[in-house]
Design a protein around this ligand. Structure first.
Ligand SMILES: Nc1ncnc2c1ncn2[C@@H]1O[C@H](COP(=O)(O)OP(=O)(O)O)[C@@H](O)[C@H]1O
Ligand SMILES: [Mg+2]
Length: 255
């Protein structure tokens, strides 16, 4: 238990529950999102996908933790009110969570779970309601997000798949950005386009796509830009490019 002002707060141990996250990949994702912040500040981010099981919750958790480890204060909210996952993944309880907050039965402070990752907090779904879309459309949900924005650098919202239910479109219309998680080789072009169009209809700002669950060979293909782009000759790739330009610069300086 930790004393935070007037509150005696239980600290939830999440470090042991994280498995083996691909830390470098999430650092790259974090950095890319920070680049999106140049034009207009992204303080609220919804994470969705076309289908269940593509990796929304995994991405939301690991991205939140990566951001917290870079010194930001992050609040992750489980807004998958149909199939909540954060309690199963991180612990805590659904007795007090987002649905209690929306229905006015709890305050933000009551619902926040503090963790042993400095700066990383989360809110569970709460008791699952019969009318998720209605709750998420409520003004109260907006107020909660606005209040959370005052206390955190980023609010990340885990949502249900947009290919199945409308909830994420409702959430995305209120967030500064939306990230789509696509499971490699599992989603056809049309489904992905349908999700993109649904988000555009509600004026959501899609900030990018996470291609998830790539096998190692594919990963190398995508992340070897010097092999992928250019003409592939040694001169234009990696060390070849570096040596050539260093030599040219040295020649210029001598002249
Ligand atoms: N990049 C990944 N590598 C390996 N397993 C993953 C990856 N992303 C997700 N998973 C696994 O896939 C399953 C579904 O992921 P989850 O994040 O719960 O999906 P969603 O929230 O979209 O339903 C989980 O068992 C999770 O551990
Ligand atoms: Mg999930």
């Amino acid at each position: 238990m930790q004393n935070r002002g007037a509150f005696m707060t239980k600290i939830i141990n999440v470090k042991d529950k994280l498995g083996n996250p691909a830390e470098e990949a999430y650092r790259v994702l974090r950095t890319n999102i920070q680049f999106c912040n140049f034009d207009s500040k992204i303080k609220t981010l919804a994470i969705t996908s076309c289908n269940p099981g593509e990796g929304k919750t995994t991405t939301a958790i690991n991205l939140s933790i990566s951001m917290a480890m870079s010194g930001m204060k992050i609040l992750l909210i489980d807004a998958d009110l149909r199939k909540p996952a954060l309690v199963k993944r991180l612990g805590g309880t659904n007795a007090v969570g987002l649905t209690n907050l929306i229905s006015g039965q709890a305050s933000l402070q009551d619902a926040i779970n503090y963790t042993d990752v400095d700066g990383f907090c989360y809110i569970t779904c709460g008791p699952t309601p019969p009318n998720p879309a209605e709750l998420l459309s409520s003004e109260r949900f907006d107020e909660i997000i606005n209040e959370a924005k005052k206390h955190f650098d980023m609010v990340i919202i885990d949502t249900p798949p947009l290919g199945s239910v409308i909830d994420c479109a409702i959430i995305s219309s209120r967030t500064d950005g939306t990230l789509i998680v696509i499971k490699s080789k599992a989603v056809d072009y049309r489904s992905a386009m349908r999700v993109k169009e649904q988000l555009e209809k509600v004026n959501a700002r899609i900030i990018g796509v996470v291609l998830n669950k790539l096998d190692r060979k594919e990963y190398r293909y995508y992340y070897s830009p010097y092999e992928y782009y250019g003409n592939g000759s040694a001169e234009n790739t990696g060390k070849g490019w570096f040596r050539k330009h260093r030599k040219q610069k040295a020649q210029k300086q001598e002249a």
